[in-house]
Design a protein around this ligand. Sequence first.
Ligand code: NDP
Length: 285
Amino acid sequence: MSSQSFLSILTGSFSTPCADNPTVAMIEAGYREAGIEARYINCDVKPDGLAAAVAGAVAMEWAGFNCSLPHKVAVIDHLDELAESAKIIGAVNCVSIRDGKLIGDNTDGKGFLASLKEVTDPSGQRVLLLGAGGAARAIAVELGLAGAAHITVVNRDPKKAETIAALVRGSTECEAEARLWEGDAGVPEDVGIVINATSIGLGDAEAMPPVALKTLRKGLVVADVIPNPPKTKLLRQAKERGCTTLDGLGMLVNQGVIGVELWLGRTLDAGVMQKTLQEIFGASE
Ligand code: NDP
């Protein structure tokens, strides 16, 4: 009789549509590198199938799963507990299953923060945040929890920017204000970090958020959430002006690393995961 185990640890993702989500390739490359006998299964789950999918994951003793659009809010109804930032953000993209109990976390902002901390500590800094969607909301909350001093949220729809600013003011020690995005947004002198958290640049290397280029000064940290293509026009322009730049690949990789730490208590090799994504997105740097 063989003593070998043929049972894999199961993890994965529930979203729809999901055929273009490369997370499975990134995480399975990390599992292989670490010699972990685990799978990450990319599942197309429609809204009316979410309850059954969650129950199925529990029944099959999955270690955990990511959930992406359109399930980030709806999944909360199926969980037993929420981590602090997920509670504040009001959205979950990473669920851990421990002894049949479902715990929801939000790794969008945490992944961004881990990436940001490789180049600067946001504690005490003033931030200009472009956009007020789901990614901006998660990033703003994590920056607030990490001790940022002030966040200005700029958006076409100023009501959405104010919702995020109010959330940050109400749930963290960070000051925050909302601004209408009109014309080219200028970066104030006292701001140290600029973040594009809009969808401008996704799938279009020449798309550029309206920013006053002359205000991108040397030493400023300019980050973009766009993972594909990673070298966005904003980052290329910022680099030319001597800014420190940060692309959206790091945020995606760190989300994967944090998710697997929550599920398995193991830290995957971020370099291997980054290389896998770069190969997929055709980014050579
Ligand atoms: P949402 O749809 O929730 O928000 C989109 C934001 O972009 C809104 O603030 C919207 O403004 C703004 N926007 C879109 N087009 C324009 C435009 N032409 N001019 C000005 N503002 C514009 O999306 P998410 O927040 O969920 O995602 C945003 C991006 O973040 C996506 O491209 C996604 O790929 C990326 N992302 C990356 C992750 C990573 O790990 N790297 C993780 C999660 C997201 P308005 O409110 O006025 O419409």
